[in-house]
Design a protein around this ligand. Structure first.
Ligand SMILES: *Cc1c(COP(=O)(O)O)cnc(C)c1O
Length: 397
């Protein structure tokens, strides 16, 4: 497996995934189910090993963004219930049925279209109803006088013979923000959700699985867990936001490494990389590193970020290129080609995080892990052993 360790690679720690999952399991009540959200290839961690490990740990459901992600899980032998959060084109209704994938229903128009196709195909579909309580994304609209229309529509949909409406859910817009206004907003979303459930119940409609909590909701609002929670980012050991930092003892699942390709000394006044936006202000020892923006190490980090070499921090100097970048290692003794470069992870007593990278490029840790490129092999580690590799380039169909 060591030939993977020559350029750049990610290490995915399955023990840390286990730790985070158990933490969530202890946070929610014993009868509350856990939907592991593994959309976007398990937030860039690779859905195959993550899903298998979550099944072993006792996850109840999986959440994905689209049908393709659901089918990818089925094809690797995952038989757990799967909910698709996004739209499945109604032509694919047979696949929903054949692979027993649950579809989100977010509007009457979509429901009628999907149901018509289900009739035509002669198949049934499992559905969860999605309410828009304040995110303005997908879901039945509840304010501006639309609540009654939505209630009627939901009633109509649940009575459609090809549909089996097992669940109902909503999604929070700011459960990760702990200022008074955001807390009030989240409580308002929850109150609207519960009010609709009550009105539907009055019409004789109940749902076995009511759910609304993402990671931040799971951590911050124990009174809103209901029948199931839908954690994503905390499974991977990342904080949903700064406000949530320290509220749960999470362990980061992904580490990111690269290697030094070449070390050279350049004279004062010598420019570094494209556009010459960095110039050596003294004799400088430069290490060229085999990672770039095509690996998900964004160009935005040019001249801003730092990495670890031989236990010491080294600044990224000059523009990040597609496949390579340069570090100033003048202050670090003995750096040579082949040396390990830690981008996210620990080296000695020093540590780097996706949070720091995200902050430097003005984004969030979620985006950073999702953007780790397909050129970066994922190495899975458990109990100190390498237990598998996913290499997207080599195993491309
Ligand atoms: C992505 C997503 C989640 C998980 O969000 P996290 O913040 O990562 O926990 C839950 N529910 C829905 C509908 C989502 O789209």
């Amino acid at each position: 497996m060591t030939d993977y360790l020559k350029r750049s690679w990610a290490v995915v720690n399955l023990n840390h995934l286990e730790h985070n999952f158990r933490l969530i399991r202890q946070t929610v009540s014993p009868h509350c189910m856990i939907m592991g959200v593994i959309k976007a290839d398990a937030y860039g961690h690779g859905d195959k090993y993550i899903a298998d490990q979550l099944v072993r740990l006792g996850v109840n459901w999986f959440g994905v963004s689209n049908l393709e992600e659901a089918l990818s899980l089925r094809q690797q032998g995952i038989y757990h219930p799967i909910l698709v959060f996004g739209v499945t084109p109604s032509e694919n209704v047979r696949l929903l049925n054949e692979y027993n994938v649950t579809q989100t229903i977010y509007s009457a128009e979509y429901a009628r279209e999907l149901h018509a196709m289900a009739e035509e195909a002669g198949v049934g579909v499992q559905i969860h109803i999605k309410l828009d309580t304040g995110m303005s994304r997908l879901g039945f609209v509840l304010d501006n006088g639309f609540a009654d229309t939505s209630l009627h529509e939901i009633e109509e949909i649940c009575a459609m013979p090809r549909f089996n409406a097992q669940g109902i859910y909503t999604h929070f817009a700011c459960a990760d923000e702990l200022n008074d206004d955001s807390i009030q907003y989240t409580r308002g979303q929850f109150a609207r959700f519960m009010a609709v459930l009550e009105q539907l119940e009055a019409r004789g409609l109940t749902f076995a699985i009511r759910h609304c909590c993402n990671s931040a909701g799971t951590i911050n609002y124990p009174d809103m867990h209901l029948d199931m929670v839908r954690p994503g980012v905390i499974l991977y050991g990342l904080n949903p936001s700064d406000d949530c930092a320290g509220k749960a003892d999470l362990r980061p699942v992904m580490e990111l490494y690269s290697s030094v390709s070449m070390v050279k000394e350049i004279a004062e006044g010598t420019p570094v990389s494209y556009g010459r936006c960095y110039t050596a202000h003294r004799t400088t020892k430069v290490a060229t590193v085999a990672i770039g923006y095509a690996d998900g190490y964004e160009r935005e980090l040019s001249n801003k970020a730092r990495m670890l070499v031989r236990g010491q921090y080294a600044n990224v100097i000059g523009r990040v290129c597609m496949d390579q970048l340069m570090l100033d290692v003048t202050h670090i003794d003995g750096v040579k080609a082949g040396d390990l470069v830690t981008i996210v992870g620990e080296d000695g007593s020093a540590r780097l995080t996706f949070d720091e990278m995200a902050e430097l490029s003005g984004t969030i840790n979620y985006e950073k892990v999702c953007l780790i490129g397909k050129r970066v092999p994922r190495l899975y580690r458990q109990n100190g052993k390498d237990v598998g590799v996913v290499d997207y380039i080599r195993h491309k169909a």
